[in-house]
Design a protein around this ligand. Structure first.
Ligand code: GAP
Length: 444
């Protein structure tokens, strides 16, 4: 079969199509939609939850499971002000806000093309003086709303790794260079949430804090920049849609000796997927000073005590899922019709296999259920017996399911099924007895 013609993102209005498809097929819904939605928050539907989980699991697999020098944790989302005082977030995690006196709109002044003109009403010279707006969500733990009960929803997962540094060191038998990884929710009261799930107030992060001897920090920083770029390529994003951008000196935090972003070519241009930072000993030193606890490492080989430096690859799970969807989206002409297909990596796709009896006839359902039962313990499977087979294939193409298994009337005689490949649409007859191995070869 000849390769179908594929449209470029520019030709297709990719962003709107992704938003539309994710709603229509059950990936992402606006949160509390029956009440009109809620301020840039989103819910992940039946297939979205599978895909998001696959993004997080694939990260965990590469960063924890396949390594001997990284362990994981799952820290609390609520934390006391002391953590954020030590980390610098209480003082510095702010955006400069201005209000337009003419129309009341509120803007981040550092993000405006013209810092004197309101992009909402077009009037100039109407902005109030900028004031610093802290992005952390503040709440109270317990029934009393006084200062002693103040708590914050974490704006990053990273601090959980620093506050648990000594606990992990004492319990895990890891020694620098080693890392602590975490995947979980973070919250930022973003002034301008935008671009669907790209920037939201509630989102998920996948972060690694890698603790190293100070003189090895630069080597590990280079190592993690290369590893993390490759991870996106290995999981299906074409290399020419990715780049590593080193921050200019004036973009660096005061403690960082180097930061690079992995950027993806979104429909609005290059934008950040992940930041890799060489953070020095800033975090452990800050927490040691503020808590009074020792957060260093005694190396018995050299008889030296030192505070490890930290290299931090910090990615967004929800943002990465969006990039995977965009990179996978293709439209092509097939026999005079437009086929929409998500060419997702099999580890990222919501379902790996769809089991489809050719018709709802009673004779086909039991063997289809048997095939499903044989595959389900090993792969995430969809099962669908509604509509014509062609329409079911199209639906699975839009979900990104790599393989469809069709049980037809011949299956009753030859004990074989038709396996359809999502990308080539080629079909192959496979004996039911060989099916599990056939998929293991291709999907594991
Ligand atoms: N600990 C370092 C840290 O949190 P960051 O660059 O602020 O660094 C890391 O965040 C990643 O988290 C970003 O590259 C992005 O993928 C994701 N992220 C940050 N803010 C986000 C938001 N408001 N919505 C969705 N993802 C976000």
């Amino acid at each position: 079969m000849s390769e179908p013609e594929t449209a470029t993102p520019e030709e297709t209005g990719l962003f709107d199509k992704i938003v539309n498809l994710t709603k229509r097929r059950g990936f992402v819904f606006p949160s509390a939609e029956i009440y009109g939605g809620f301020r840039s928050t989103y819910d992940y539907g039946p297939v979205g939850v599978l895909m998001l989980r696959n993004v997080k699991n694939s990260w965990w697999r590469s960063m924890v499971q396949m390594r001997t020098d990284v362990v994981g944790i799952d820290a609390a989302i609520l934390s006391p002000p002391q953590v954020w005082e030590a980390s610098g977030h209480l003082a510095n995690f702010t955006d400069p806000l201005v209000d337009c006196r003419a129309c009341g709109a509120r803007h981040r002044i550092d993000k405006l093309d013209d810092p004197d003109t309101c992009p909402t009403c077009g009037k100039s010279g109407q902005f109030t003086e900028p004031r610093q707006f802290n992005l952390m969500f503040k709440t109270h733990a317990g029934p009393v709303e006084n200062d002693g009960a103040v708590a914050y929803l974490r704006p990053e997962t990273a601090q959980g790794m620093f506050t648990n540094f000594a606990n992990v060191l004492n319990t895990s038998r890891k020694r620098p260079p080693f890392g602590i990884a975490q995947v979980g929710k973070s919250f930022r009261n973003e002034i301008t949430p935008q671009n669907f799930v790209f920037r939201t107030r509630e989102f998920e992060q996948m972060e690694l804090e890698f603790f190293v001897p100070p003189d090895e920090a630069e080597k590990w920083y280079q190592y993690w920049c290369a590893e993390r770029l490759q991870w996106y390529i290995d999981h299906g994003i074409p290399a020419d849609q990715l780049r590593l951008r080193a921050h200019d000196a004036d973009e660096l935090s005061h403690y960082s000796s180097g930061t690079s972003d992995v950027e993806y070519l979104f429909p609005w241009g290059w934008d950040e997927l992940e930041g890799i930072a060489n953070r020095g000993d800033y975090d452990l030193t800050q927490h040691a000073t503020h808590s009074g606890e020792k957060l260093d490492y005694f190396d018995p080989a050299t008889n030296e005590r030192y505070t490890p430096h930290v290299v931090e690859p910090a990615a967004g799970a929800t943002r990465t899922m969006m990039a995977f969807l965009m990179a996978a989206y293709h439209e092509e002409e097939v026999r005079g019709e437009t086929r929409t297909v998500l060419r997702l990596h099999h580890r990222i796709a919501p379902y790996q296999i769809a089991v489809l009896p050719l018709s709802k006839k009673d004779t086909l359902i039991p063997p289809a259920q048997q095939v499903l039962s044989a595959l389900q313990p090993h792969f995430m499977c969809d099962y669908d017996e509604t509509q014509a087979i062609g329409r079911r294939y199209r639906r699975q193409d839009e979900l990104g399911t790599p393989y469809c298994v069709t049980i037809d009337f011949d299956s009753l005689d030859d004990n074989a099924v038709t396996v359809r490949d999502r990308d080539s649409m080629d079909q192959e007859r496979v004996p039911i007895a060989d099916l599990l191995d056939w998929f293991r070869e291709r999907l594991v």
